[in-house]
Design a protein around this ligand. Sequence first.
Ligand code: XIL
Length: 358
Amino acid sequence: MSLRAAVVTTVFIAACAAALPAVAADTLRALAQSASLRIGTAVNVDALNTDAAYARLLAREFDLVTPENAMKFSVVQPERGRFDFAQADALVAFAEAHGMQVNGHVLVWHQQLPDWLTQGQFSRDELKAILREHIRTLVTRYRGRVASWDVAAEAVAEDGHARETFWSRGIGPDYLVLAFQWAHEADPQAHLRYNDYGGEGDGAKSDGIYDLVAGLRRKGAPIHGVGLQMHASLKDAPRARDVRINMKRLAALGLQTHISEMDVMLPLPASRADLRAQAALYRDMLQACLAVLQCRSFSVWGASDRYSWIPEFFPGQGDALLFDADGRTKPAYESVRRILRALASSKRTGKTVKGQRH
Ligand code: XIL
């Protein structure tokens, strides 16, 4: 080999090695790509900025990110009219550097609102103006860079009726249609979603969510997708069959569907049997999604157990995600990867596997 060829080869190998983490063929994101599915995770931006191993893990395995808190109202607009995009900008830049899509989260929600808003005395028109300005500012800033938005979340109560919230009380029932319209005006290309928990399978809440989004479609609201959060435990998880049926009826309305925030909390310390049962649940829900062509993404609510919200919000519970606190793969990761691998290789060989998309 000539010196020139040797140098070119060396440079080529070095370039491949540098690119390896993001393109390695056996990562979740690489395998999912051949199934036209995005694999996502919530991102803790503080950790992103301080924990290099965490950042590498995200870039290697996922091609869709949702800011866990960085785009919520109280973070983005801590004082009236003063917007703080430091965290959101960092997340979007990271996603762009690693070829990941961003799902903006969340524009209209009744939680994590700043005190100036919830303690203030505002008329209906003032609240409409505040919400409109908030949505317009956020969506316009990331126009063309944030592919989808959770425009509204958790507007349905457990019994399936409209939830009474800060926004519904303050603006009235049409706040949802307005929010979708305002988001659409700010970025007509963005995929706009409704996101909720506890309505993944069958039951009153699932029916309530269906009725709500069907109503939004009827009223002409620019809604394009529904996120089913899927915060589960071994004792409280929907049946995969019901999830599939529910996704199909949502798809029949012309909506895409997403598993948007999956985690499966386990009593701590987690037993091996529970970790295996958790893996089976991840497998089943991924298969439910893969069985519905309109199910376009499968996201977990955090990559590694180190940064999961579960131990803080559900004391005594944890170990809910695909990677342990040290970033090592868990049985749940292996089961998700096994399905994606089978799907990817069946695409290549033309064999049909369970859950394959047509
Ligand atoms: C959670 C975050 O994970 C926590 O860090 C935060 O303190 C509270 O909110 N459904 C949602 C998410 O849509 O925004 C919530 O995130 C978890 C439940």
